[in-house]
Design a protein around this ligand. Structure first.
Ligand code: GEK
Length: 242
């Protein structure tokens, strides 16, 4: 049974900056599914992307893996290809909880979970690198270096899948997309107070950027092409090809 996310329901304590701690890890699947528009589709399509782009005997990275959902979807798309899936997260609570989230059959193309900082992790011999809603938590000043490192660790023909919360230069578009996101959360059972408390906790912790900013950074790193393959309100996913 999945634990229900009620972490921001009470107004008793002052709101602290958001952290990926034990309490968050315990409710994470419910939290992300009810909060991120298009999350189930983002995850499901990773199997298709893996089937298309994973190269034999290469590494696949899931950077900021939380409970490992992206790695598990990729594992399902591998068929008979032999490769290594490396899933990294800097939250001890998340990495410790990953084992419980693993599929029964984790033998072939086993997912290796590592506690670590994606800014320090070595990326090598990679055919697919997934950063699903992780870059938004990395200080803006360090984002280009991280994308550059990923580019250098990818094999020719390899891909980066980058999913993020986004903002828009156009104020009207921004407010429509935010309103729809907010409304989705309400329809998914979050109360107004919870939505406001969570927004306060994430301020200065989750820094979204425009799609254009992400594409500029991807292009600066050297990627030949990048495309938006999914967009749902103020969340989007890009695929960048080396
Ligand atoms: C999913 N990808 O289910 N190094 C490693 N991990 C980090 C770092 C860092 N420097 N900074 C943040 N994280 C997942 C969802 S959640 C997105 C990813 C969200 C980790 C952090 O601990 C958390 O587990 C994850 O990035 C972001 O597809 O909750 O919105």
């Amino acid at each position: 049974m999945r634990n229900r996310d009620t972490l921001y329901r009470s107004d008793d304590e002052p709101i602290k900056p958001f952290e990926f701690n034990q309490r968050v890890a315990e409710v994470f699947p419910d939290m992300i599914e009810r909060s991120v528009p298009g999350y189930p589709l983002t995850i499901a399509m990773l199997s298709v992307i893996a089937d298309e782009y994973v190269q034999e005997n290469s590494n696949i990275y899931d950077l900021g893996c939380s409970l490992g959902a992206a790695g598990v979807a990729i594992q399902q798309g591998l068929k008979d290809k032999k490769c290594k899936i490396i899933a990294i997260d800097s939250s001890k609570a998340m990495i410790e909880a990953c084992d419980k989230n693993l599929p029964q059959d984790n033998q072939r193309n086993k997912i290796i979970f590592e506690l670590g900082d994606v800014l320090k992790t070595k990326i090598e011999n990679a055919s697919v690198v997934v950063m699903n809603f992780t870059l938004q938590f990395i200080p803006v000043a360090q984002r280009q270096l991280l994308i550059d490192k990923i580019y250098h660790g990818l094999l020719p023909g390899g891909v980066l899948v980058l999913s993020e919360k986004i903002v828009f230069d156009d104020n009207v578009e921004n407010s429509v997309m935010n309103k729809l996101h907010h409304h989705m959360k309400e329809l998914n059972g979050y109360e107004q107070l919870e939505i406001a408390n969570k927004r306060d906790a994430l301020e200065k912790v989750l820094i979204p950027e425009t799609l254009e900013e992400h594409q500029r950074r991807i292009s600066n790193a050297g990627f030949l092409q990048s495309f938006v393959w999914l967009k749902c309100f103020n969340f989007s996913s890009l695929i960048a090809i080396k």
